[in-house]
Design a protein around this ligand. Structure first.
Ligand code: PLP
Length: 359
């Protein structure tokens, strides 16, 4: 991902934003944060956007806020897909809850695994991994079973369901990350919660700002997790480009699906292209190291999302005995191909040719 070139597109606007901020002298909260919250809520078709410091905090605060409203029990057991970034697991633990990991099929949470676990968990955190939205069926099943579902939308900014429902507008609440490499990325850490419930938004906002209800009154034990005003100003510049960038990502993904042909390189299912903001384009290769070295030799940089599943990390020793074959397969074989809005047609072709010639 050519991050410097991607950021360069905003250089002039960013300099202006920085100058305005220096002149205004308000570095926490203020106009740019208010504008981002209003515009991003609008963009996601929700009533509220509560900005915060990063995506991990957004998840923690979302869970804590709903627990303080009585919607999650003490020590709530949270069903979570094993195939995710470790932040999702950490957020559950940090919120004082217990992760109940389950396997995915092929990359996301599905109804059958949730159904099989009924009774062993209190709520669900779904994850739109690689930018692909979790199926509507999962939300319908949760609703039918009176289960709250929260979504880790750290990778799915701008994705839409077939009926036009936006990422961030599904379930009880969603948590976004604006880490620099995300489809909507800041120039540092930033995150946000989106939801429709007034009380949930108000409580989350309070927790993110020391638990205070007014200047000198603190009702709950909160944290300091506010989006920097400067990051909000940068995000305001970038939000305008998000849909167009996602369209370009989609075109690249479509070209990969149509033109990569190599039995050693497994593509995601065709359905992968639907309801997807294409944060990552994954392929699955048994001899990953050799493949990555081969591409690198052709000047093609790749990434990996991810190499070790959370339940296999030393940080989660208590989960190390669990086995999730599909998740483990993904973590052993996944390679993320270049997929960003500035990739040129000839570069895409070079990548495809190199992959098709791989033996
Ligand atoms: C799926 C997922 N969840 C949560 C996070 C955490 O976001 P952040 O790095 O902004 O804390 C990330 C980003 O790295 C992510 O990819």
């Amino acid at each position: 991902m050519d991050l410097p070139a991607l950021q360069q597109r905003f250089a002039q606007r960013d300099r202006e934003a920085l100058q305005e901020l220096q002149e205004a002298g308000q570095f926490i909260a203020g106009g740019p944060v208010d504008r981002f919250e209003a515009d991003f809520a609008d963009y996601c078709d929700v009533n509220h956007c509560v900005s915060c410091g990063n995506g991990l905090d957004a998840l923690i605060i979302l869970l804590r806020a709903d627990q303080s409203l009585g919607n999650l029990p003490q020590n709530a057991r949270i069903l979570v897909p094993a195939h995710t970034y470790i932040a999702t697991f950490l957020s559950i633990v940090e919120a004082g809850m217990i992760p109940v990991p389950v396997d995915v099929n092929p990359i996301l949470l599905t109804v059958d695994v949730i159904e099989a676990q009924l009774g062993s968990f209190d709520a669900i955190v779904a994850v739109d991994i690689y930018g692909k939205l979790v199926d509507d069926e999962v939300y319908a099943f949760a609703k039918a079973n009176n289960l709250h579902i929260y979504t880790d939308t750290a990778q799915s900014h701008g994705a839409k369901t077939a009926t036009g429902v936006k990422s961030g507008a599904r379930g009880r609440g969603s948590a976004f990350s604006f880490y620099p490499t995300k489809n909507l990325g800041a120039m540092g850490d930033a995150g946000a919660i989106t939801c429709n419930d007034d009380l949930l938004a108000r409580t989350a906002r309070q927790i993110a700002n020391y638990g205070r209800s007014s200047r000198f009154v603190n009702d709950v034990k909160g944290v300091n997790s506010r989006m920097d005003t400067l990051q909000a100003a940068f995000l305001n510049n970038r939000l305008l480009f998000l849909d167009n960038d996602n369209k370009k990502r989609y075109k690249i993904a479509q070209t990969y699906v149509e033109q990569i042909e190599n039995e050693k390189v497994k593509l995601p299912e065709l359905k992968f292209l639907e309801e997807n903001a294409i944060h990552v384009f994954p392929v699955f290769v048994d001899d990953r190291e050799k493949f990555v070295a081969y591409l690198s030799g052709h000047g093609i940089q790749t990434n990996c999302h991810y190499a070790i599943a959370p339940h296999q990390q030393d940080a989660f020793k208590e989960l190390n005995h669990l086995q999730f074959p599909q998740t483990e397969y993904l973590h052993q074989t996944e390679v993320s191909l270049p997929c960003h809005p500035l990739l040129e047609d000839h570069e895409i072709q070079e990548i495809i040719i190199a992959i098709n010639e791989y033996t």
